[in-house]
Design a protein around this ligand. Sequence first.
Ligand SMILES: [Zn+2]
Length: 224
Amino acid sequence: MKHPDLREEVARVAKQLTGSGLVTGTSGNVSARTPEGDILVTPSGIDYEVLKPEDVVLVETGGRVREGDLEPSSETPMHTGIYRARADVGAVVHTHSTYATTLACLGWPIPPVHYMLTTLSEDGRIPLAPYTTYGTEELAGYVSEALGASRNACLLQNHGTITVGKNPEEAFSRTVVLEEMAEIYYKTSIAGEPVLLSAKEVEEVAAKISGYGQTRPLPTENEG
Ligand SMILES: [Zn+2]
């Protein structure tokens, strides 16, 4: 079976999604691009707690199954559409995480309410892809449009979240940040009117953070 390490990472991240409460049951999915340009994606209808690396399905970017006994996720077209649109993307994570999906159901994109949003989107804004039925090419198109050339996250109206990264771990860590930012934006909006960062403040912090990634990890909540 090809790509044992990448299969293991996809399965591990799927378990982390359920373990962290970002995914319940089989509502989310994870994929990664292989060096040959095919996609490893979590299967449909399997509890991630018992998911094994060999259960992960290998599909072509057109969606045809190359290797695997199980059905690929019903949301595979959304994943393959993102890979076709973005050559820089190595992994995709999709969830229905509670706070981000709450915003998506309210029809609220996230404005630059916190500096960590610049790790997901240079302009500090998380857009909302319009609603259409899951698993369709139409949705894949809306999501690719919302992500544009360089965003790492977007919301899906009345549905959930998408994050992308170089690898499944990075896409997962961005899902964690997205859910945290969504919770903060939701709670501050309920309590009053959140103070937004200015375009200049967003630009400055985005430049500082993009310098971080090379030599040290992203700042955490423990930093000064
Ligand atoms: Zn979904």
